[in-house]
Design a protein around this ligand. Structure first.
Ligand SMILES: [Fe+2]
Length: 234
């Protein structure tokens, strides 16, 4: 106790400064009505759903595994409904729904490493990378709705609560599906990764590998092709 009191007296000046900075920050924040504030929050959420629609559309085009494609297609339809629900809330608040897209989160390695990774990346690894990003995005959406719901509840935004609850439940369901499907997906894709790995010297006999592949004379794609061709013959 005594120590606490003495540290308080020595740091008193600094603390006062911080408190003042915080207070001035609050005074500078533009004051909005409850409706304006909520409309801004919902427009922010809508901007991420707008981005999610574009991303899901391109994911559906590129994805190779049929069950993942179907799930993404279904989530695209769900996302469009989420957009519509948010737009309705925003309009009810007397504001205009945003058309712009926000930036969805992904993991970005340093550029030099990203370039190195890209050079040896198989199609299977690209699919795993995209599936990982799908899950990161759905988890971010869960966090977004979870937080928004708590604030909306405190604001007594009655009609928004069921909408946010529904969107939250749908994002959770999608994140759960991806998480549950990931082990099967990786198992399905792994042989392609395995066949792209150069075996240690003396172990080449375990698989039929062309000389070019072992010495690294072929690109990763060419290696896959040659390995795939010989594996089916074996
Ligand atoms: Fe989503």
């Amino acid at each position: 106790m005594a120590r606490k009191r003495s540290s308080k007296s020595t740091k008193g000046k600094g603390q006062k400064k911080t408190r003042r900075a915080k207070n001035s920050g609050r005074q500078n924040a533009k004051r909005l009505t409850l409706e304006e504030k909520l409309a801004q929050y919902f427009n922010e959420a809508l901007s991420f759903e707008n981005a999610a629609v574009s991303r899901l559309q391109s994911r559906i085009k590129e994805v190779q595994l049929e069950d993942v494609k179907q799930q993404l297609q279904q989530h695209l339809e769900v996302t469009r409904e989420q957009q519509n629900r948010l737009k309705q809330l925003i309009t009810n608040l007397g504001a205009r729904p945003i058309h712009d897209s926000g930036q969805l989160p992904i993991l970005v390695p340093p550029r030099t490493l990203a370039n190195t990774l890209k050079k040896s990346m198989t199609s299977a690894e690209r699919q795993i990378k995209s599936a990982k990003e799908d899950l990161i995005i759905e988890n971010a959406e869960v966090t977004m709705y979870d937080t928004l719901l708590q604030v909306a509840q405190l604001m007594n935004a009655g009609d928004a609560v069921p909408v946010l609850n529904q969107n939250l439940a749908e994002e959770r369901a999608m994140a759960d599906w991806i998480r549950a499907n990931t082990p099967a997906m990786i198992t399905q894709l792994y042989p392609e990764i395995q066949s792209s790995i150069v075996l240690p010297e003396g172990e080449e006999g375990r698989e039929v590998v062309t000389e070019g592949a072992v010495t690294g004379g072929l690109s990763a794609t060419e290696e896959n092709e040659s390995l795939g061709a010989t594996a089916t013959e074996a």
